[in-house]
Design a protein around this ligand. Structure first.
Ligand code: C2E
Length: 906
């Protein structure tokens, strides 16, 4: 059930009351008709009876109004009120239609039958005025239910009020024409009054709209209207009725009645106006008081507002100052945070218990702990460091710094990340103090030194290793050798040192270039490493020299095995850039402690043994012996002497004639180098040429010999002697020198000697190496017009097919075969075979070292072309050669003929 509002609008209450009264009137009519109680249908004695439909319409309007004011805004109430209002309007409208169209819908006596009273045209039908009122009021209430502010509500209601007021006044003044219209029925007085009441109820239902707003407002207009309006309506009516009634009973006549009426009207209206004026004045006074009080209150308020605004200003100031302080604090904090976030160093702070309070991003990265995770953990859990070398956990720097109240610095340590990885760091830790100087924690600052550490390790590595092969260099070898010697001496064990020199590596560099040479060295280094154990050291000394340290060897046989293995390994072919390269090495071995007890001696002895291996024909290994040592000493001495000899120009060329057997004439000479000491002692080339070859001195020496021989030959020709070729020996080192051809051509040009007067002698062993290159070089020499001969032929076991490919003019039979001719049948057979082979190849043959007539005779019989040897002449100085063989050419020839003919010795 609806609970009325506690402070119910008094106008709504009024509307409810009138709606209830009207409903009761309507109910009385209906009950009267249903029960046949006549008095209930007329209500006022002598009044006309009200029709059943009038009662029904009144009840509908009452219900509608009650619902509107009692249940404002409720949808169901709006619907019900609208339905009731429209039903009432429809009832009125149908009745009016019946009147207008003279039809009968049967609605007039639908509920109650009325006997046809006289003078009534339509029994049971409500009066047309009542029907009009139902249409107007039903419409007004329908609009009121839907939209209380509609102006039509007021308009329809005021028209309805006027319609209801006319029959009511008619009753008051006994004027029947105002409530009775023939044919259209009679409006009963209770109906008119009830309808009038309902109209006021409708207006009260919207007290703040239209005309009602003028009456209900609280200002002067409202007060005046409320006081005067009832007077203006009721006073004339009441006084007029009283005047009429006074005249009826005879208290006064019409004139006095008019006077009384006028005076009463003046008095009552004066009272009403005076009372209203009094009320208005009182209201004005109250308002003045209220305004004065309001002014006072306003002043108070203003003072309060002023005080408040002063306080507010102070507060603003304080806020501004505080904000400024906060801003600067914030910026300070931000700057610190940005700094800590930006620096590459890790920063960790702890409290006084050593529990982590803060990690900057660098520290988070390096430790693997986030700030949030690490916060509150003991520093030892987050910052774990170990010694870089011993790998032992380090003492706790934070605790120490706080205990000792001093800065702790830790270098060369490793920080163990949460994931187990390690980082080289340097770290410093300092205690943090508050204003009073109390230690409140510690700050750890550490930075990543791994790049620096790597670089220093790399530098150390580079300082100790060969850049090309990555092998240890001489410094690291010396270090390891010293350790190996110390170990060997302390534990009575042996270490072996091998000095390996590659044979003819220079040639690879000269012919294939340094890039290939470098690649070859790298491959050789790799093979060497494969030949030894992990604990042994393979080092490169530079160039084509390697030194291998065998840390521990049982005996010399063990070292020999390793050396043989190395020679075999490096002797296998190399395939680099479409080149197949073959190379060998010579190894010298010294054993510690037998061959020395210090690094220098051991290396020196291995080096000497290596030279011995070279002298033994290369591609072999030699152990150091005392003999080698002596030879090496001599060789080093000779090398020094040779250098000095070149500087002092102690060398000279001797010439040994070559004799043509068929004619007995000198048809050429061989230039042979002599080294004449100041003491007049002459040193044989057989002694110093190998030293010159090993030391490289052979290049300048060979150049001198070539130039000297050509110059001498040219000088003899210029002196008028017949032209003849002079043969010059060319060593292997010279021949392989890339500038050799250029040198020969330059010397020929310089001296002006015709190339046909120069003969170059190459040993058989030289021609047998790197055949294709050798043949190419020989062809170039031949193309220059120079003759070529093979020296010491027979010692190298050249095959016939191979010999055919060589572009040579002369084969020189080695003197070792010639000397055996008479005594050794095999020697004779060899010489004879060589001569036959040369004939087939259409090459000349010369036999050297011919000392005896028997040898000469044998050679002559075998068809040898030329001879050279003591039998005819020793090598002679140039002047002597000139005197004996050139100046006395004819005599010389005659002597030769005599010697050949008589078989005499020289
Ligand atoms: N037993 C004996 N020996 C005889 C006889 N006839 C000549 N000889 C010696 O035999 C050697 C012949 O020279 P080779 O075979 O080219 O052998 C030469 C040659 O290979 C080399 N040689 C000499 N001079 C030079 C030179 O200027 N340059 C180069 N690269 N090598 C040279 O030194 C080697 C030795 O030269 P030499 O001591 O001058 O010795 C020379 C010569 O004096 C003889 O009837 N009986």
């Amino acid at each position: 059930m609806h609970q009325p509002d506690r402070e119910q609008n008094p106008y709504d209450s009024y509307a409810q009351i009138v709606s209830i009264i009207a409903a009761m009137v309507g109910l009385s009519i209906i009950i009267g008709w249903m029960s046949g109680t006549r008095v209930l249908t007329s209500l006022i004695p002598g009044s006309w009876t009200m029709k059943f439909n009038s009662g029904a319409g009144m009840i509908l309007l009452s219900i509608s109004l009650y619902l509107i004011v009692s249940y404002r805004g409720r949808r169901w109430a709006v619907l019900a009120a609208s339905a009731a209002a429209l039903s009432s309007a429809a009832l009125g409208a149908l009745t009016l239609f019946e009147y207008a169209a003279s039809v009968d819908f049967g609605i007039d006596q639908f509920f109650a039958r009325e006997a046809d009273p006289s003078g009534v045209h339509h029994p049971g039908r409500m009066a047309a005025i009542a029907a009009t009122l139902f249409v107007l009021m039903g419409g007004a209430q329908w609009l009121l239910a839907r939209n209380a502010r509609s102006r039509w509500v007021e308009g329809l209601t005021l028209v309805a009020m006027f319609n209801a007021m006319v029959p009511a006044i008619g009753y008051l003044y006994g004027k029947a024409s105002l409530y009775h219209i023939p044919y259209y029925g009679t409006m009963a007085l209770p109906s008119a009054l009830a309808m009038l009441m309902l109209c006021t109820g409708i207006l009260a239902a919207r007290p703040h709209s239209g005309l009602m707003a003028l009456i209900t407002n609280r200002n002067a207009g409202g007060v005046t209207a409320r006081r005067l309006l009832p007077g203006a309506i009721l006073v004339p009516l009441v006084l007029d009725r009283l005047q009429y009634w006074g005249q009826q009973v005879g208290w006064f006549d019409a004139t006095l009645g008019s006077v009384l009426f006028t005076l009463s009207t003046i008095v009552l209206f004066t009272i009403l106006v005076g009372w209203t004026a009094f009320l208005l004045t009182r209201i004005d006074l109250q308002r003045d008081h209220a305004e004065a009080a309001l002014q006072d209150s306003l002043r108070d308020q203003e003072q309060h507002v002023q005080a408040l605004s002063d306080a507010n200003a102070r507060l603003h100031n304080e806020i501004a100052v505080r904000r400024q302080a906060e801003d600067s604090l914030f910026h300070e904090h931000e700057r610190s945070e940005v700094t800590l976030n930006s620096i590459g160093d890790g920063v960790i702070t702890t409290d006084a218990h050593g529990d982590v309070r803060y990690l900057n991003p660098a520290a988070e990265r390096m430790t693997g702990w986030s700030n949030a995770e690490a916060s509150g953990k003991p520093i030892g859990d987050v910052f774990c460091i170990i010694d870089a070398i011993s790998r032992q956990p380090l003492e706790r720097p934070v605790e120490e710094a706080m205990q000792q109240n001093a800065v702790r610095v830790v270098t060369d340590c490793l920080l163990v990340n949460r994931d187990g990885s390690e980082l080289a760091i340097n770290d410093s830790c300092a205690p943090m103090r508050d204003r009073e100087g109390r230690i409140i924690g510690a700050v750890l600052v550490f930075h990543d030194v791994s790049a620096m550490r790597d670089m220093s390790q790399r530098m150390a590595y580079l300082a100790q290793h060969d850049y090309l092969t990555g092998l240890p260099n001489r410094f690291l070898l010396n270090d390891r050798l010293a350790q190996a010697i110390a170990l060997a001496l302390r534990h009575g064990k042996r270490a072996a040192l091998m000095f390996l020199d590659l044979d003819r590596f220079k040639h690879v560099n000269d012919t294939l270039g340094h890039v290939i040479g470098d690649l070859l060295l790298k491959q050789i280094a790799a093979r060497l490493k494969d030949c030894v154990r992990e604990c042994d050291t393979v080092s490169r000394q530079g160039g084509d020299e390697f030194v291998i340290l065998l840390q521990e060897v049982a005996d010399t046989i063990g070292a020999a095995r390793v050396a043989a293995h190395i020679l075999e390994a490096i002797g296998k072919p190399y395939f680099i850039d479409d080149h197949e390269i073959h190379i060998s090495g010579s190894i010298g071995i010294s054993i510690c402690p037998e061959d020395g007890e210090d690094s220098e001696t051991i290396i020196k002895h291995a080096d000497a043994a290596m030279y011995q291996a070279k002298a033994e024909g290369r591609n072999n290994y030699q152990f150091f012996t005392r003999n080698i040592s002596e030879r090496a000493i001599k060789r080093f001495a000779m090398e020094g002497n040779l250098r000095r000899a070149i500087a002092r120009d102690e060398s000279a060329l001797y010439y040994q004639p070559k004799i043509e057997i068929a004619t007995g004439r000198v048809i050429g000479a061989e230039a042979l180098l002599r080294w004449q000491l100041q003491s007049s002692e002459i040193i044989s080339p057989a002694q110093f040429i190998p030293v010159a070859e090993e030391s490289g001195l052979i290049i300048p020496i060979g150049e001198w010999v070539l130039r000297q021989a050509c110059r001498q030959n040219r000088a003899w020709q210029e002196a008028g002697y017949p032209a003849m070729p002079v043969a010059v020996n060319v060593s292997a080192v010279q021949f392989r020198d890339k500038h050799f051809l250029e040198l020969v051509s330059r010397v020929l040009q310089e001296t002006g000697l015709d190339p046909s007067n120069l003969e170059l002698e190459l040993t058989e062993s030289v021609t047998m190496q790197e055949v294709d290159t050798t043949i190419g070089l020989m062809r170039s020499i031949k193309d220059m017009g120079i003759s070529l001969s093979i020296d010491d032929f027979g010692t190298g076991y050249s095959s016939f097919s191979y010999l055919r490919r060589l572009p040579i003019d002369t084969l020189k039979i080695d003197k070792s075969f010639v000397q055996d001719i008479a005594t050794d049948p095999d020697g004779a057979a060899i010489v004879s075979a060589i001569i036959s082979m040369a004939k087939i190849l259409k090459q000349k043959v010369i036999a050297e070292g011919v000392e005896t007539p028997a040898q000469y005779e044998f050679l002559r019989q075998q068809g040898c072309d030329q001879i050279q040897g003591y039998y005819f002449s020793e090598p002679l100085p140039a002047e002597e050669f000139e005197a004996r063989f050139l100046r006395e050419q004819v005599a010389g020839m005659a002597q030769a003929e005599r010697l050949i003919g008589g078989g005499a010795r020289h």
